[in-house]
Ligand binder design. Structure first.
Ligand code: SF4
Length: 343
């Protein structure tokens, strides 16, 4: 049996062996309206519905747990068919919501400040497992005006490239959830061989998790730096092709006493000189067993001020969902012991 959530528009057309507009109609039912029952596709002839039902189904992961933070951020744990648990986060903004989705069960990258890394890597998520993290909230809470999707949850999205690209094509399709390409951001620790394709293949924004300013410092917290040295990453950012007004986001997790000094800020400004980037400063949210401390508030503000005094655009990210371990770097669904509950 085929899960229709695992098919993009093109794949759907080859499975639905009928007139071309039929696949678009079915696509709209599944992704645009969030329908879960093929028999309820009212503009599809009964015989075709019947035929599809014998070959395919619409299969969402189970919602295992929803936790709500005091700031209304929600963390959703999904139980996958093979027993893995993944998490995504719904983040309330002023007049809309954002969805932070996972692309892998666990992660192989081993960043020492990140809770997901402790799980190790299990597997890439299927297209259906990625897209359902968007479809479930969009169709369950239509009043929330979901406008942004960020691939910043569990896993390294560029190592599940094909499914991430297909997911973005569905999320942005006029017959699907219709979220603007400009509102989608893919975050990477710096998989250099895949980075150049992202903009061309998706039109989505790129965020790079930098977090350090020297080779030795970055290698100590992000093992990927041993494969792709910091100089190569900066060269790749310089070569990254973007339209004029777009910028790459640089994520800089501030680790207390490790990368938050005046000297770190000075080096960061120098490293990013001349690049089309904006820096997101993210004060660490320590999780139990985390080897780093949160930076103190005075240090965070001083770091921000130093960047503000330079040509580098900077934003201090206000952390949300900290009390439910939904903040950046805190997702570790594989370790949850949760009661399962159907969506
Ligand atoms: S920060 Fe991102 S790339 Fe690094 S271990 Fe965590 S999920 Fe993986």
């Amino acid at each position: 049996m085929i899960n229709l959530l695992d098919l993009n528009k093109e794949n759907l057309a080859s499975v639905i062996d009928d007139k071309p507009y039929r696949a678009a109609q079915i696509f709209n039912w599944v992704f645009g309206k969030g329908l879960r029952d093929i028999e309820k596709m009212s503009n599809i002839p009964r015989k075709i519905r019947h035929d599809i039902s014998h070959r395919a189904y619409i299969g969402y992961p189970e919602v295992a747990q929803i936790k709500r933070s005091s700031d209304n951020t929600e963390k959703i744990a999904y139980a996958l068919e093979d027993g893995n648990i993944i998490e995504s986060v719904l983040i309330p903004e002023k007049d809309h919501w954002s969805i932070c989705v996972s692309s892998q069960a666990g992660c192989a990258m081993g960043c020492t400040f990140c809770c997901t890394a402790r799980l190790g890597f299990t597997r890439n998520l299927s297209l259906g497992e990625i897209i359902s993290q968007v479809l479930f909230p969009v169709h369950t809470y239509p009043e929330r005006n979901f406008r942004n999707v960020v691939f910043m949850g569990m896993g390294e999205p560029l190592l599940n490239y094909e499914n991430v690209v297909k997911a973005i094509s569905i999320i942005t399709d006029p017959d699907g959830p219709r979220i603007s390409k400009r509102r989608i951001t893919v975050s990477t620790c710096g998989i250099l061989e895949m980075m150049p394709f992202l903009w061309k293949d998706t039109g989505a924004g790129l965020a790079v998790s930098l977090n350090a300013t020297t080779q030795a410092q970055r290698s100590a917290i992000m093992p990927i730096t041993r494969k792709y040295p910091l100089t190569g990453l900066i060269d790749a950012l310089r070569a990254y092709q973007l339209p004029n007004r777009r910028r790459i986001t640089i994520e800089y997790v501030l680790l207390g006493g490790f990368n938050d000094s005046r000297e770190d800020a000075r080096r960061l400004i120098g490293l990013l000189h001349g690049l089309k980037v904006k820096v997101n400063i993210i004060p660490l949210n320590p999780w139990p067993g985390c080897p780093f401390n949160a930076p103190d508030e005075k240090t965070v503000l001083a770091f921000e001020e130093r960047l503000k005094d330079s040509p580098v655009a900077v934003m201090l990210r206000k952390e949300k969902g900290n009390d439910i371990s939904a903040a950046c770097g805190q997702l570790a669904g594989g370790t949850l012991n949760v009661d399962k509950k159907a969506c």
